[in-house]
Design a protein around this ligand. Structure first.
Ligand code: UT7
Length: 314
């Protein structure tokens, strides 16, 4: 096998829309401040849905879009940092909900870079022959880990899930998932955390902001180089959906005026590990990126961790 590729995507968002004006009802903030400093206009907040419910709903759509059934899947990997239960893991719960029989099933937690880490791991598993058809999911219920009295964090996050079906490519077929560039800055891990009991998200916003706008563009460029794709060839860039000012800062340094840049956070907020597959799934659903075109994914956040790769659009 030469590698793997994404053959389909799917996403799920809770129905409840929470606007900036809604949040301004209970903390001192404004629609203008949030749009200006973060870029978010609204976010989706889950009701009774668990992380596993949202993950399974997204995976179910991705499976349907692939034209595959549960019987075809041999590996389920869920990137999440907001699973409440310690065991069973979310991947096993997703497999049980979808009727996937005896898959490899594990969760992976690198917070907001989780989907790109999981996609890299699944690509490696397929290359090693440990899987043929896998589902990779990013799913988060950040609303359960949000201090709704803290205006510096409660304006940022949202809930949702995105999923991709990844399959082995034939020997004569070019790989559709490029080499992953991943890493971390553990000594600055406290800059974003969900810690303690009961755990809430806390962060040093400006530390993360500075790191993201200075350190990440060269790493994203490295992901392109390793895939043999010049940034000028990218059809789209789907970064972690943290802040439009961060995204604009990275885009400027990458110099990719031709690429569609995902800004799903405007209507979805920051959904951590779900943000990249959610945004990518919507771009594909709206047919904004041609099939086979190169798309750069780049996740970053808690840890501090980062990961990215160039994928071919399904
Ligand atoms: O995926 C997780 C990774 N995390 C991130 O990517 C976060 C990266 N950082 C950021 O996106 C930005 O730093 C934030 C959006 C979190 C904050 O924006 P900022 O421009 O860095 O604001 P700041 O923290 O420097 O605060 C500026 C002012 C402060 O008031 P004073 O001290 O200048 O009077 C804050 O108290 O804005 C105030 N402020 C707010 N005002 C209105 C903080 N939050 C709010 C708010 N509404 N919600």
């Amino acid at each position: 096998m030469s590698g793997s590729r994404i053959i389909s995507l799917g996403h799920y968002q809770p129905s409840r829309v929470v606007t900036n004006d809604d949040i301004a009802q209970f903390v001192e903030t404004s629609d203008e401040w949030i749009r200006d400093r973060v870029g978010i206009a609204s976010r989706r907040i889950a009701g009774d849905e668990t992380v596993a419910d949202m993950a399974a709903a997204a995976a179910d759509k991705a499976l349907a879009n692939a034209g595959l059934t549960a019987a075809d899947i041999d590996l389920v990997v869920v990137a999440t940092c907001t699973s409440v239960d310690r065991s069973p893991n979310v991947a096993c719960r997703v497999a049980a909900k979808l009727g996937i029989n005896a898959p490899g099933a594990f969760d992976l937690n690198t917070a907001c870079s989780g989907f790109a880490y999981a996609l890299g791991t699944v690509d490696h598993a397929i290359r090693a022959g440990a899987s043929r058809n896998a589902i990779v999911i990013g799913a988060e219920k950040l609303s359960e880990f949000t201090d709704w009295t803290d205006r510096s964090t409660c304006i940022i996050f949202g809930d949702g899930a995105g999923a991709a079906v990844v399959t082995a490519t034939a020997e004569d077929e070019a790989p559709g998932i490029g080499p992953v560039v991943w890493g971390s800055v553990p000594e600055r891990g406290d800059a974003v955390r969900i810690e303690g009991w009961r755990p809430y998200v806390a962060q040093e916003g400006q530390t993360v902001f500075r790191w993201a706008t200075t350190a990440l563009a060269p790493l994203a460029r490295q992901a392109c180089e390793r895939a043999g794709v010049d940034p000028s060839e990218l059809a789209a860039f789907v970064p972690h959906q943290a802040n439009t000012r961060i995204i604009d800062g990275i885009v400027k340094r990458l110099n990719i005026p031709q690429a569609i840049v995902a800004k799903d956070l405007v209507e979805s907020g920051n959904t951590s590990a779900a943000s990249i597959p959610l945004a990518l799934s919507k771009l594909v659903e709206r047919r904004e990126v041609p099939s086979g075109a190169p798309v750069l994914l780049f996740g970053f956040g808690g840890g501090l961790t980062y990961a990215g790769q160039v994928v071919r659009c399904p």
